[in-house]
Write a protein that binds this ligand. Structure first.
Ligand SMILES: [Fe+2]
Length: 443
């Protein structure tokens, strides 16, 4: 009995001392959830593409500002822990980041660290970890490099996450991972968060995805909610460039660096556009990226829908200026977000002289992964008929993710709801010599 009383007293003392520590020693963390608070342990670890996906992979992470120089380690993964002895250590680049620039955030400076693993072997399962180089490492994590040549590829595409990300988007991304664990990468078609600079929302996005962001490689596009006024100017989320290590296209204005870029993965070209601004420059960029492109499949993603299914959200510029390029250069699939609704349709080339319908053109998808939902307006879809657009599927009020698989001559697409149930699907086949596409399935 005496022992129990003593233990209780000790517990009380410990509880008191820990409470006083959190109040007095960490005033700068006031109002933050425990999972937002940076520490010497790495958090917000995420893989992105920088360079050839067959031989390189970029990783970015965050610590508090007590870690001036971090490292990443990488080795070919093994069946037991001995692989770690062969690990190569790579020094990280560090970028201090003052999140308090937005006064809604805590007044903290954190450190972002990044490494681009290079000279990797194609089609190889690697294990990596990141940390301070002392004892403060992440767990070992896996990714597979791309094959050097065209081969079966599976990937996932998400529309807007945006709101209540931790409470309601987490089950969506986790169901996506359960459904397609072999996916090589995940396209996020903009509006990852609601208020661009708000650090708590980015913390939610990373907590919702957890290790998934560390093992799938992300291809993020910037949505309108990734831009917000700060210091009198509309600015890209202050976290974007520090936390995503992405390709810099030097032929684009610097404002578009890391928001408009191209990834070539196993002979699939994925072009990411920033549909928020500077669209003329991006039309030229899109044309340059498509004109001499010999990739077997061409996919374009941007936030705003080329064929918006919801009233008053028309992306006229996209339809009038981007769309002709998508059609002219044989883009297969266009992946959008923004409208908080689901719509899939396609266009057919129309013969300028006879007006007759020709071959199957691009398939256009608008989707949503988060809880905010708008109702689609059938009248919007109907008015695109004159542009040769034909709606195939339109639904409301469902959180969705899409799994896309290319293999041999076919592209297979399945949209799943948050319960993991199939919601929509199609498949096309393509003659790589003539680039002529035909439906295999259009449910
Ligand atoms: Fe949006």
């Amino acid at each position: 009995m005496m022992l129990k009383i003593r233990s209780a007293a000790l517990l009380l003392l410990l509880a008191f001392s820990s409470a006083s520590t959190s109040v007095f020693a960490h005033e700068e963390h006031k109002g933050m959830h425990q999972w937002e608070i940076p520490s010497k342990d790495p958090d917000r670890i995420i893989l992105t593409f920088l360079g050839d996906p067959a031989t390189s992979r970029a990783v970015t992470w965050r610590t508090d500002n007590t870690v001036p120089q971090a490292v990443a380690q990488i080795a070919i993964a093994g069946v037991n822990s001995e692989f770690a002895e062969q690990a190569l250590t790579v020094k990280a680049q560090m970028e201090p980041f003052d999140m308090g620039v937005d006064t809604k955030n805590a007044p903290l400076t954190v450190h972002y660290h990044s490494v681009n693993f290079e000279n990797l072997q194609p089609d190889t399962l690697y294990a990596y970890r990141v940390g301070s180089g002392k004892n403060d490492f992440s767990e070992w994590l896996h990714f597979r490099t791309a094959k050097a040549a065209y081969s079966k590829t599976q990937f996932v595409y998400f529309g807007d996450a945006q709101n209540n990300i931790l409470s309601h988007w987490s089950r969506l991304i986790r169901m996506a991972y359960q459904t397609a664990p072999e996916a090589a990468f995940a396209i996020h078609a903009g509006d990852l968060v609601d208020q661009a600079h708000r650090d708590q929302e980015w913390a939610e996005w990373f907590k919702a995805g957890g290790f998934i962001h560390r093992q799938w490689t992300s291809i993020p596009a910037a949505g309108n909610h990734e831009y917000k006024r700060l210091g009198g100017e509309r600015k890209l989320a202050i976290q974007w460039r520090p936390q995503f290590t992405l390709p810099v296209e030097n032929d684009l204005p610097k404002e578009l660096h890391e928001t408009a870029y191209t990834v070539d993965y196993q002979d699939i070209r994925i072009i990411v556009l920033d549909s928020n601004w500077k669209l003329g420059e991006q039309c030229d960029y899109l044309e340059r990226q498509l004109k001499n492109c010999t990739a077997k499949w061409k996919i374009v993603t941007c936030h705003h829908s080329i064929f918006s299914p919801v009233a008053k959200r028309d992306f006229k510029y996209g339809r009038e200026h981007l769309r002709p390029l998508l059609e002219k250069y044989g883009v297969d699939l266009v992946l959008n977000g923004h409208d908080h609704s689901y719509a899939r349709g396609h266009v057919r080339h129309i013969d300028a002289d006879t007006g007759e319908e020709g071959d199957l053109g691009a398939v256009y998808v608008t989707s949503v992964s988060g809880p905010k939902q708008y109702a689609a307006d059938p009248k919007e879809m109907a008015r695109y008929a004159k542009d040769g657009y034909q709606p195939d599927k339109r639904t409301n009020l469902v959180q969705l993710f899409q799994v896309i698989t290319v293999e041999n001559n076919s592209l297979n697409y399945v949209a799943y709801d948050v319960l993991g149930q199939e919601h929509d699907q199609f498949a096309i086949t393509k003659d790589f010599k003539t680039n002529k596409r035909t439906w295999l399935r259009n449910k």
